[in-house]
Design a protein. Structure first.
Length: 497
């Protein structure tokens, strides 16, 4: 074990990568599923070990091929990305049991092995983005995760999944192009792609190359914002979430957008924030305004949605607004709230989309008008949905309340009354659309077509129960989430000029 321990950073990426290659070669659904599950369950063990090591001894620097940075590619792990690693791998591990029946039902025989291959490639890309300390290497992993995501979405049972995948491909390509242009400008100014070295060299270059640096910041921010679905760059997200296989939607909602948020935070605070005084630029104000628009407009759209998965998709756009609001406010409480909400929203939204998948598995529909009284037929599934939905609203006793409390404290501490008002208003709107769903599924009489519907098998129900219980637990015991998030935000803000 002592020989393996120093290589955990690269093993975090290599294990799912080689797992994807093997899953593609297996060609049979059961062996491919078993392999994907084994990889998914090993990954959080590695991530947990890395987080423990970082908390105990400080950041880890792993040099690929023995080439020291900044010339060689560096995998660098600190408290922030160790937290994201644990989140991504934990979500993948918890929801894997749900995949066996759900994927077989929605994807169909003959494509399941290919599905698990693409999932492991997507996981590889997301973990690679998180661990790498090289800006261009992050682009490579971004493309790996994006290309595999396009395939996963296109495998949906509905023909509209293909169109949704194509829309995502177009928007994702634009986002990647913006990102790589920004990285190219930074390379022209500094001559390096290593993130730590970029931060060190940008400061002295500011006086001579300020326009190029500002342009690079703009390109990188827009490119990453397209990937994370920040309003109004979210147009790909509702259809992609609505028509992708249910398991894919849960996985992407819980991981992909969260990794993109991590990348934005890394560039915003650890590179540009160290090199230049961000108060000289209007970027924080722009992020705050777009975040507030997302919280209100996307929430209002969700109120009128007739399809459960699209409703949850627009809810995701609004919830992303909470996270980016904390980034824009950039004080201790607000940034802690943003990082806590990255974790809390990932777990809550994964639970909600899994519940929608379980409903589709049993009722073959997610149209709200057809789900009247289904709570009486699927009580455990809808109970888990209810708990996660209350967390989304920010009900006290759930993890969502903790996130919004920190954001409120951060907004009021900065003297920002409008963001504080919008946090409350958007939470009330969330109560309306969540309450609307709960009224339909619990209060109305079940239709005749729901007579034979029941809770899904244990393999599908167990991940729902675990995630819903986590929503309650993390609303009571915040030591792990808020404690680590506070530690990360202190480090990020402490390095600003």
């Amino acid at each position: 074990m002592s020989a393996v321990w120093p290589h955990l950073p690269v093993l975090q990426v290599l294990i799912p990568l080689f797992g994807a290659l093997l899953a593609g070669l297996l060609r049979r659904p059961t062996p491919a599923y078993v392999l994907a599950t084994a990889v998914s369950w090993v990954a959080p063990l590695i991530a947990g070990a890395l987080l423990w090591q970082v908390v105990q001894t400080g950041p880890i620097s792993y040099h690929i091929g023995g080439w020291a940075p900044p010339w060689g590619i560096e995998y660098r792990i600190d408290v922030l990305n160790a937290l994201v690693l644990v989140l991504v791998t934990a979500v993948g591990a918890v929801i894997m049991p749900f995949a066996r029946l759900s994927v077989a039902f929605e994807v169909g025989e003959g494509r399941e092995a290919w599905f698990y291959c693409m999932y492991l490639l997507c996981l590889t890309g997301l973990l690679g983005i998180t661990v790498t300390g090289d800006a261009f290497n992050a682009f490579v992993f971004l493309e790996i995760s994006s290309l595999s995501s396009y395939v996963l979405i296109a495998l949906g049972h509905d023909r509209r999944a293909l169109l949704s995948s194509f829309q995502y491909l177009i928007m994702g390509t634009i986002g990647a192009t913006f990102y790589v242009i920004g990285i190219g400008l930074l390379y022209l100014v500094t001559g390096t792609l290593n993130m730590a070295d970029l931060a060190a060299r940008l400061g002295p270059a500011w006086a001579e190359h300020s326009r190029a640096i500002v342009a690079a910041l703009a390109f990188v921010t827009v490119g990453i914002s397209l990937k994370l679905g920040l309003f109004p760059l979210h147009v790909w997200l509702p259809n992609a979430y609505a028509y992708a296989p249910s398991w894919v939607t849960a996985f992407l909602a819980g991981t992909a957008t969260k990794v993109a948020i991590y990348l934005l935070v890394r560039f915003y605070f650890s590179i540009f924030g160290i090199a230049i005084d961000l108060r000289l630029l209007p970027i924080a104000d722009v992020i705050i305004v777009l975040s507030l628009a997302a919280m209100l407009i996307a929430s209002l759209v969700a109120v009128f949605e007739a399809n459960l998965k699209r409703l949850l998709a627009y809810s995701s756009v609004a919830q992303i607004g909470y996270i980016t609001l904390g980034i824009g406010l950039a004080n201790q409480a607000a940034l802690t709230g943003a990082l806590v909400h990255v974790v809390n929203h990932a777990l809550m939204k994964a639970a909600l989309f899994l519940a929608a998948g379980a409903i589709f598995y049993r009722a073959h529909t997610t149209e709200l008008k057809e789900l009247a009284g289904i709570g009486r037929r699927m009580p455990l599934t809808i109970a888990a949905f209810t708990i996660a939905g209350l967390g989304l609203v920010g009900t006290p006793g759930t993890s969502g309340f903790i996130s919004k409390w920190y954001l409120m404290v951060g907004a009021l501490g900065a003297g920002q009354w409008i963001p504080a008002f919008v946090i409350v208003a958007s939470s009330l709107i969330a109560l309306i659309y969540v309450g609307r769903v709960l009224e339909i599924v619990w209060m109305r009489e079940p239709s005749a077509q729901m007579a034979a519907v029941g809770d899904p098998p244990l393999s599908m129900l167990l991940p729902l129960v675990v995630l819903s219980l986590a929503t309650i637990y993390l609303g009571i015991d915040t030591e792990w989430t808020a404690g680590i998030a506070s530690m990360a935000s202190t480090i990020l803000l402490g390095g600003l000029r």
